[in-house]
Design a protein around this ligand. Sequence first.
Ligand SMILES: [Zn+2]
Length: 392
Amino acid sequence: MTDALSIARDLIRCPSVTPADAGALGVLEKALGAAGFICHRVTFSEEGTADVDNLYARIGTEAPHITFAGHTDVVPPGDEGAWSVGAFSGEVKDGVLHGRGAVDMKGGIACSVAAVLEHLAANGGKPRADGQKSGSGSISFLITGDEEDVSINGTIKLLKWAAERGEKFDHCVLGEPSNVETLGDTIKVGRRGSQSGTLVVDGVQGHVAYPHRASNPVPDISRLIVAISDEPLDHGSAQFQASNLEFVSVDVGNKAFNVIPGEARAKFNIRYNDNHTQASLRELVETRLAKACGNRIKARIVWEPSNSNVFVTKPGPFTDLAVAAIEEVTGRKPELSTSGGTSDARFIASYCPVIEFGLVGQTMHQIDERVPVADLEKLTKVYRGILTRYFG
Ligand SMILES: [Zn+2]
């Protein structure tokens, strides 16, 4: 069976709690292989992490090339006794499919596979039927088993592996549960970047009774915190809300009342928009710090490594065709949103424009994660609409 519900149920019945695969990728490999996809199972490993299975499947060799990305791993079910049906039973109750991964995101993957299989069947087994525009096109699936935990042996490495093989992606649809309340309300077109750091102020430790022999970093770090965070980093951009720098802790580690501490530290995180790159953002903060320190205060910033860069897919023909497909099926004009936490889209964005559109996220990671079967059918139609427009 190749309809979205059957594929979703088969996937849910594989208890692929991250990073286990439990047969989930095999379900997809079988369905896609039968339709003519060339499938590659790629395992990545890294010391200190579990080996993770990934799947890359492609049909066609020419441009344009649209790829559907996703993950088959799921978060643990939690208290399985609290579920109204088995967390991995894939049971349908009153028209609603229950199970871990129903919306995040085995359901979304099932809809994309079902839509692609229908699309190929309607076009003589090819992405684009003969006689249409030049280039017969390609469709692929980039599926990882490492999204819900550390995301080290998953999409980031699969993309690199694909690039080394000469794979070129023109556009990507990531089927994460992007909708907030109702199917069709939200497409995610980007996310803010995230950068953490620690402000370190050097003082000179000493006795509180002899402050002239010491240098107290406590008043200085207070001044620096205000100097760095008082003025906004920007006022937002066309696609994003304003960037924000938030101090989250101040530490001197001093238990005594009679000692001036020798060092003070303050941790902060910045969520930044497309007015900045990681480098320009760091420079902006360091410039503010240097100005506030003058010649007197000795301070520095220790930046945390970050692979959460800001990205955005600007409105254009690709977002337009997705919006049109969504409107046609759901009757809603989706918002192009850049809110929320991170996903693998941040890695994909360095290779091609990416949009996130999937199911409604309300029950993700919860007990009784579930999706109306009607939503699976609608999302499949949306993906078909995207494919028809993309190759039309
Ligand atoms: Zn997810």
